[in-house]
Design a protein around this ligand. Sequence first.
Ligand SMILES: Cc1cc2nc3c(=O)[nH]c(=O)nc-3n(C[C@H](O)[C@H](O)[C@H](O)COP(=O)(O)O)c2cc1C
Length: 193
Amino acid sequence: MDKINNFYDHELDCLISAIKDGKHDYHTFTISSLNTDFPEIRTVVLRGVKLDPLSIFFNSDNRSPKIEQLKNNPICSALFYDKVRRVQLRFKAKAKIHYQNKLSSKVWDMTPLQSRKCYMGPFPPSQALDQYHPNIPLEYLKTDPEKYHSEDGYVNFAHIELVVLEVDVLKLHHDGHVRFKVTNGSDYIYLSP
Ligand SMILES: Cc1cc2nc3c(=O)[nH]c(=O)nc-3n(C[C@H](O)[C@H](O)[C@H](O)COP(=O)(O)O)c2cc1C
């Protein structure tokens, strides 16, 4: 068990590195939600990791359908795959939406102007459009917004925390795959790969 304990700790280190490293495969991940009884998945960017107990974080437009879905049913899954090291991480989690609170305000303050413009679009994400629109203010297509104007985006900004309930780790290896799950942060059990 010592070995998988170290292995798991290394994966957590990789997740932390991937927050700032856009080239790391863990920089983006897939998050599920339930649209009534239909599962929906999409790619998001990893924005934070908190340890003991483990939570992972991403940002989103508060108007996007996933927010409503996660409010209606916060139980979700998150999926990462590191192609280079051939490691898959599957998280079972409970989503908590941070909107217009201390944490979302702190994260917004650190959000660069270039990213802030994504929250300044006139339309809710995923809404049907009569004609093409990039859903960022047209005057900022090629430039960043002024700081004062970028603050308009905060009303649409949400920081989502995924409180991790269980982790399933799979390492592909030619002489025998290794798979185990972690519950309660430190209870390990091998699984058949
Ligand atoms: C590489 C990549 C990164 C993305 N990052 C995010 C993100 O961090 N947050 C987000 O809300 N959407 C992100 N998206 C867009 C979502 O995948 C999705 O299309 C959008 O959020 C609407 O999803 P929804 O209708 O399920 O709410 C990203 C898409 C790609 C391709």
